[in-house]
Design a protein around this ligand. Structure first.
Ligand code: NAP
Length: 335
């Protein structure tokens, strides 16, 4: 800070842009990034590009060193990184690795600081961490990064953040540096991780579905380029079905009506063709057999002619109200 102030006094009056940049660096908070793997490095680079004074720490120091060339200070220990900044962003492989912050010496240094945990984890892990950091007198935000490292620092970079809204609002400028679509999704600390798992379930549904489509095409000697072309045409139809399924389930509209796009019956009929083909071609059926079990539970309960959304009642939760509404905003943490 002293160096920056000194520079401010000695820059040429004509060089207004340079003075402005130095001033903005001087005014910005210091941030430490703990964990500089692929994602942590991208986060640190985005902060450095936006002029934040950034300290980095990584268990394997060599992985943090390239960031020094971009202006980061490489800390020799987690404690040093914590002491160097007001905000500590954590991005390691999992919450077990994040326990490096729960060391006794570190614990006493984090009082009054803001911890932003961007490591992927479970809602339960986030709630537990929020409690622990609150007990140390630190503020805790938990985030889920919905992007690959190349999206970090771009307008399309999406990160979901949960925890006290005040702490998010007060640091919105820093979050904007990490991505143009960083959103506060609720005061309850587990919410970002819960949404992360929900959205990844959707993604894996599509990816595993693609694996099945590839296996069917290969067995039937259909060029995968053809599959790619047909997928492009089908994608908007599937997007519409997904949006409709979410909307109808949210409204509890399970009986078929004038707006039903497709009831369970034609889905189940077409699904039998897929099962038969996979059986004949000896394609692994373990995933689709699970789909079949859900179809069968719903049909046995009399829902064959209901909207496809009726299947959402057959995924195993005995308490549909808790499944549909989940913990209310702010119910577990004062946001
Ligand atoms: P990565 O490149 O494998 O980096 C993992 C980081 O965790 C490294 O810095 C590693 O340190 C550190 N680490 C692992 N165990 C540790 C321990 N016991 N103590 C201290 N540090 C430890 O993984 P990544 O892609 O950056 O992912 C990091 C997090 O971001 C994960 O939670 C991941 O799910 C999440 N994320 C990643 C992406 C993505 O596209 N990459 C997207 C969304 C979310 P060393 O270098 O010493 O091994």
């Amino acid at each position: 800070m002293r160096i920056v102030r000194h520079s401010l006094q000695h820059t040429s009056a004509r060089d207004d842009n340079w003075r402005l940049l130095l001033w903005s660096v001087a005014m910005k908070l210091s941030i430490s990034v703990v964990g500089t793997g692929r994602m942590g490095s991208a986060l640190a680079r985005a902060l450095l590009r936006s002029g934040y004074r950034t300290t980095v720490w990584n268990r394997t120091k060599q992985k943090a060193e390239p960031l020094a060339a971009l202006g980061a200070t490489v800390a020799g220990s987690v404690l040093e990184a914590v002491n160097a900044a007001e905000i500590i962003i954590v991005n390691v492989s999992d919450y077990q690795a994040s326990a490096i912050l729960r060391d006794d010496a570190v614990a006493s240094a984090i009082r009054g600081k803001l911890i932003v945990e961007l490591t992927s984890g479970t809602p339960h892990g986030a709630r537990e961490a929020a409690e622990w950091f609150a007990a140390q007198g630190a503020t805790y935000l938990d985030g889920a990064i919905m992007a690959t490292p190349d999206f970090i620092g771009t307008d399309a970079g999406t990160i979901l953040i949960s925890g006290p809204r005040q702490a998010f609002n007060a640091n919105e400028e820093m979050f904007r540096a990490l991505g143009g679509n960083v959103q506060h999704v609720g005061g309850e600390p587990g919410r970002a991780n819960a949404l992360d798992s929900a959205l990844l379930a959707l993604m894996w549904g599509a990816l595993f579905g693609t694996l099945h489509a590839i296996a069917v095409c290969q067995a039937e000697e259909i060029d995968l380029g053809e599959l790619g072309r047909q997928w492009t045409a089908l994608a908007p139809v599937i997007d519409g079905l997904v949006a409709d399924l979410i909307k109808r389930t949210n409204a509890g509209r399970f009986a078929s009506d004038d707006e039903t796009l497709s009831s369970i019956s034609p889905h189940y009929g077409a699904f039998q063709h897929l099962l038969e083909l996979m059986e004949a071609r000896k394609i692994d059926r373990s995933v689709v057999d699970s789909y079949d079990a859900i179809f069968q539970r719903a049909i046995a309960a009399g829902h064959l002619h209901d909207d496809f959304a009726a299947l959402s009642q057959f995924l195993g939760s005995p308490d549909k109200r808790s499944l549909r509404s989940g913990p209310r905003e702010g119910s577990l943490l004062a946001g």
